[in-house]
Design a protein around this ligand. Structure first.
Ligand SMILES: Cc1ncc(COP(=O)(O)O)c(C=O)c1O
Length: 391
């Protein structure tokens, strides 16, 4: 690069990534092919609109790229094009979720989403997000004792509040979600069902987590977590009598965004092809096995694992343990000094501030990409224990 300053910083970040144990549950390491697509000449092209219906000339190549990306997305999740539509233009997960609400919920309508401190995402209607300012959140959570979703409570809440849309999905909930129960509840109160599978999309693609497509009206996902693609997002929409695909496409462009990032869309297409392989299926299986090993070892060393374990790639650890342990911030700072990168996280029924909460969240997607297996997970768990236990 001619720009030495930026070149040096990119190299420094690349070295940092190589030299740490990365347990950030929402990160992963993409392939060289994904990086090549991201850094390609496609970044030079403007393409407002959709394939075949653009506002600029010169679209003969990029139309093919966007169409290929869409067909790979449907194929990966075993969706027939006659039943499902996909929009691959959202720039990231948050704008994808906002676009769905723009399309399906009137201003000040009700979004029923998991609250942030119990495992939901900001864009599931939290008040600091635009989704909590333009719409009203009906928050739900987990049962205080089991720390898993109580579907009877959920149904009661939905019938009392009659939300316009129910969001199933999470950012720090380690368990399998029962999408059929969510569907039944959405039907009982006349709401749309949106599944935000950002965290577990790679696990669905690898057949190690239930697929939400049989039950949802809309499925959103980021591409950069377990799915191991570039930073980007997709919205899948069921084709039925309500013409939802048209509403979603209009909400993304021109509703929310301008020109799509074709370099990003090409990189998504690359990642989707990589995920549609037996090797990726093995990877997804390994991600979950690794998370179970990590959680199991930490539990046997005396740490409190929220909900008692995990069915996915993520594990939520109560490091505070009622004052006997460490706050989440201190735990994450200590681990970072020792080269283990995690994020501090609230735990259900949090009693501390979100800036210094009671827990940490760890995930196995990134280290599994680098080849970690059970043996390494157990060694990491023991190292975490040693670092956090030190007075
Ligand atoms: C469940 C969920 N949805 C949406 C998002 C938002 O994605 P982005 O950071 O790409 O906007 C995240 C990010 O962590 C997430 O966990």
């Amino acid at each position: 690069m001619k720009d030495r300053e930026i070149e040096k910083l990119i190299k420094a970040e690349s070295e940092r990534q190589k030299n740490v144990v990365n347990l950030i549950a929402s990160e992963n390491y993409v392939s060289q092919d994904v990086l090549t697509a991201l850094g390609s000449q496609l970044t030079n092209k403007y393409a407002e609109g959709y394939p075949g219906k653009r506002y600029y000339g010169g679209q003969s190549v990029v139309d093919k790229i966007e169409d290929l990306c869409k067909s790979r997305a449907l194929k990966l999740f075993k969706l027939a094009p006659k039943n499902w539509h996909v929009n691959v233009q959202p720039l990231s997960g948050s704008p994808a979720n906002v676009a769905v609400y723009v399309a399906l919920v009137s201003p000040h309508g009700k979004i029923m989403g998991m609250s942030l401190d119990q495992g939901g995402h900001l864009t599931h209607g939290h008040k600091v997000s635009i989704t909590g300012k333009f719409w009203n959140q009906v928050p739900y959570g987990v049962d205080k004792n089991t720390e898993v979703i109580d579907y009877d409570e959920l149904k009661k809440l939905a019938l009392e509040n009659r939300p316009n849309i129910i969001v199933a999905g999470f950012t720090s909930y380690p368990r399998i979600v029962d999408f059929k129960k969510f569907r039944d509840i959405a039907d009982a109160c006349g709401a749309y069902l949106m599944v935000d599978m950002s965290h577990f999309a790679g696990l669905v693609a690898g057949d190690v987590y239930p697929s939400p497509f049989k039950y949802a009206d809309v499925v959103t996902t980021t591409v950069h977590k377990t799915l191991r693609g570039p930073r980007s997002a997709m919205i899948f929409v069921k084709k039925d009598a309500r013409d939802l695909p048209k509403l979603i496409d209009k909400a993304v462009f021109p509703g929310m965004q301008g020109g799509p990032h074709l370099n990003q869309i090409a990189a998504v297409a690359v990642a989707l092809k990589e995920a549609d392989t037996p090797a990726f299926k093995k990877y997804a299986e390994r991600v979950v096995k690794n998370a179970r090993s990590l959680a199991g070892e930490l539990k046997s060393l005396g740490w409190k694992i929220i909900s008692g374990g995990t069915d996915s790639h993520l594990v939520l650890i109560d490091t505070w343990m009622g004052g006997k342990g460490l706050s989440g911030k201190e735990a994450s700072d200590r681990l970072e000094k020792a080269g283990i990168i995690v994020n501090k996280n609230t735990i259900p029924y949090e009693t501390r501030s979100p800036f210094d909460p009671s827990g940490i969240r760890v995930g196995t997607a990134a280290e599994t990409t680098r080849g970690a297996k059970e043996k390494e997970m157990i060694a990491i768990a023991r190292k975490i224990d040693k670092i956090l236990r030190k007075k």
